[in-house]
Ligand binder design. Structure first.
Ligand code: NAD
Length: 497
């Protein structure tokens, strides 16, 4: 059986624990991934410590050239990377390409790192005094990433961290680790010194070793909220800089004046694409007014019946299987819970099997109506192909639903009314807002981050916020005296008064 190993400068000793990597289309184990421990991490940290000072001292244009070369290599391999990703994750190949492409856009941003790292300068801040600041890399950064974007999210992190002059240790999801390994190999081929980007695999044991390691200055995490909170607390207690993005339950508000055909088209992709395993999926739709609710439901049902569920390599498929058997059972458990709580299950996706692939982790699309804010199945993230209709009486009601939910990653409003959209964007208590855009993932040169239980810490991913996260500021106040005596009182704090 294929074995997936850590990528550590100088290699590692044989692993004692392994995890199963499934083929979600077939429901079988396709590879074993080494699960590392503190000793494996120690080897990675030692290698990173050796090489990082030289990398930080390399001028930023040269570091940027490595990012340019990496981008070209990933583009060269994008088809095979997308197939590799799709085969472990279960998302369809075209969507896997999108996963890689959105990551590459952060690499494109990182190609401009010399500009992003330029500091500030004040000539003559006082008599003969100049002040300047510089952005300095932190040293060693680590990234802990989820299964659902095994290319994009690692690139959000290491793209910026490495370009800024840090060494980076990536702990990808143990469920689909092959693409992260290949990305690290390609970074090496692009000219990153060995040890600048390393990959350690593992589960909670490795994550906790990272959080406790004194030489790791900063940790970026993306995953579910309880684990994000744990990572945040433990990392901060160890004195690290931590950003920890968590789960989501994004709402799509449909105003009575929205173009319903467009909304249904957008919702089908945003709720069921990637089998709903996206933190920016739209699993909750909030029609405003009874008439909107009825019309939306009428149009949604046939659109769902048309969805094609297939193996992830099927170019005609809209979505593929979920990632593993445990996740399939969890999603189906939430559907059962919704029924038990009294929501109306309009379309039931349970029990779906794909002919010839009976062992695969496929789930048909499900639609609930009359979901209420008191239901557990509304409060929690389902992370599967399940759309819930929560009816709202008016705009304020809809705004309150999205604002009061424990998660605040993304939200969308569908309307033709500019004033309503503007009000909504200004007032909603959510980090990323779409106006007639169902999945408002910001472009790479802006930044990504939710609010409330969707993110712990205070800086977003990538873009200028990423540069801020992966660097610290040093400010220099310089005086070049001309030799004439300075009669000021040295015992009073200097002021510019
Ligand atoms: P997860 O929380 O199970 O795993 C994320 C990472 O944490 C993995 O690397 C995993 O190995 C590690 N981990 C798992 N259990 C751990 C434990 N007990 N202690 C320490 N570390 C542990 O998440 P997932 O299932 O891989 O990904 C899906 C989740 O990620 C969803 O909740 C989704 O909303 C969220 N997500 C959020 C964003 C965002 O930007 N907010 C983006 C993508 C995914």
């Amino acid at each position: 059986m294929r074995q997936i190993d850590h990528v550590i400068a100088g290699g590692t000793a044989a692993a004692s624990r392994f995890g199963d990597v499934y083929d979600p289309n077939a429901g079988t184990v396709q590879a074993k991934v080494a699960l590392g421990d503190a000793a494996v991490l120690e080897a990675a940290v030692a290698a990173a410590l050796k090489v990082q000072p030289g990398w930080a001292a390399t001028n930023p244009q040269r570091r940027a050239r490595v990012m340019f070369a990496f981008k070209a290599l990933v583009e060269r391999e994008i088809d095979s990377l997308a197939r590799m990703l799709s085969a472990e994750h279960g998302k369809v190949v075209a969507d896997a390409r999108g996963d890689i492409q959105r990551g590459l856009e952060v690499i494109e941003y990182a190609c401009g790192i010399p500009h992003a790292l330029k500091g500030e300068y004040t000539q003559g801040a006082g008599p003969g005094i100049d002040v300047y600041s510089m952005r300095v890399p932190l040293g060693i950064g680590a990234g802990i990433t989820p299964f659902n974007f095994p290319a994009m999210i690692p690139m959000w992190m290491f793209g910026v961290a490495v370009a800024c002059g840090n060494a980076f240790i990536l702990k990808p999801s143990e469920r689909d680790p092959s693409v992260p390994v290949r990305l690290a190999e390609l970074m090496r081929e692009a000219g990153a010194p060995e040890g600048i980007l390393q990959v350690v695999h593992g589960d909670a044991e490795m994550v906790n070793a990272i959080l406790d390691h004194p030489a790791i200055a900063a940790v970026s995490f993306v995953g579910s909220s309880d684990i994000a909170h744990h990572v945040y607390r433990r990392g901060v207690a160890a004195g690290k800089r931590v950003q920890a993005m968590g789960g989501a339950k994004n709402h799509g508000i449909v105003m009575p004046d929205a173009d319903l055909d467009q909304v249904v088209h957008d919702l089908a992709g945003a709720a069921f694409g990637s089998a709903g395993e996206r933190c920016m999926a739209l699993p909750v739709v909030v029609p405003v007014g009874e008439k909107t609710a009825l019309a939306l439901r009428e149009k949604m049902i046939p659109a769902m019946r048309k969805l094609r569920i297939g193996v992830s390599s099927d170019p005609e498929a809209d979505y593929g299987p979920v990632v593993n058997a445990a996740h399939k059972a969890r999603v189906e458990g939430w559907i059962a819970k919704g029924v038990e709580e009294g929501a109306e299950l309009v379309v039931d996706g349970r029990g779906f099997t794909l002919q010839g692939h009976e062992g695969g982790y496929f789930i048909g699309p499900s639609l609930f109506d009359h979901v209420t804010p008191a239901m557990e199945s509304y409060k929690e993230e389902i992370f599967g192909p399940v759309l819930q209709i929560v009816r709202a009486d008016g705009f304020e009601d809809a705004l309150r639903l999205a604002s009061d939910h424990q998660y605040g990653n993304g939200v969308a409003i569908f309307t033709r009314n500019g004033h309503a959209a503007r009000e909504f964007a200004a007032r909603v208590n959510v980090g990323m807002v779409g106006i007639n855009v169902p999945i408002p993932v910001p472009v790479a040169y802006h930044t990504f981050g939710g609010w409330k239980r969707s993110a712990f810490g205070d800086t977003n991913q990538h873009g200028p916020e990423g540069v801020k996260f992966w660097t610290k500021v040093k400010t220099v106040t310089a005086r070049w005296p001309d030799g004439s005596p300075d009669g000021g009182n040295a015992f009073v704090i200097p002021t510019m008064g």
